[in-house]
Ligand binder design. Structure first.
Ligand code: IMP
Length: 184
């Protein structure tokens, strides 16, 4: 059994839904762990794991994600958690007011500890920042992010639909491939 250590119910729902579709059930551990300010998501999950290794028994998963806005030089990126708390979706829209270049991407990095070893998986999705907030689903920056090729924001999609397009869904695909490969 893999324990997904996260205080974010939305992240858990998405990964639970995705893995259950492949016959793998995960459990949530609702606890916070230190998230350092660093210039990459990999560094953030690796630091988190040094804290959790002694505290969580068995196999566990953590997720760090970020929204990278091209016209803002990739901001907020690894600082997304802070930026969401301070600026929210409205603040990002304000920073982009009158800016025609709306391209952005979402990135998730998972760290899985399995059999005592750390493995990381990435998932990325290109897209654009909408002109306003749309939709009631999801969490975080979902109401302002349109994945490439879609006319709906993540917040206008069900969990299963978001998983089909999202950074986290893609990271979960990588994780699934690894789990299938490492089955005895
Ligand atoms: P965290 O550090 O991975 O928890 O995420 C950084 C910030 O990005 C959080 O405050 C979330 O609001 C936001 N975020 C993370 N994943 C997503 C997502 O899938 N959709 C929208 N916002 C997200």
């Amino acid at each position: 059994m893999i324990r997904f250590v996260t205080t974010n119910e939305g992240k858990f729902q998405e990964v639970f839904d995705k893995l259950l579709g492949h016959g793998i059930r995960i459990e949530r551990v609702d606890r916070a762990y230190p998230e350092i300010q660093a210039d990459s998501l990999e560094k953030i999950v690796r630091f988190g794991a040094t804290e959790l290794d002694d505290q969580v028994p068995g196999d566990y998963l953590i997720d760090d994600s970020g929204l990278f806005v091209d016209a803002l030089g990739g901001f907020p990126g690894p600082y997304s958690s802070y930026a969401f708390k301070r600026l929210g979706c409205a603040g990002i829209l304000k920073l982009l007011a009158g800016v025609p270049r709306r391209s952005a991407s979402f990135l998730t990095v998972f760290l899985l500890r399995k059999g005592g070893e750390h493995h990381t998986f990435r998932g990325e999705v290109p897209g654009t920042i909408a002109d306003g907030e749309r939709g009631k689903g999801g969490f975080g920056f979902d109401p302002i992010f349109l994945p490439e090729g879609e006319t709906r924001t993540f917040a206008e999609m069900s969990v299963t639909e978001k998983n089909r397009h999202s950074h986290r869904g893609r990271a979960a695909d990588e994780l699934l491939r690894f789990l299938v490969r490492s089955q005895p």
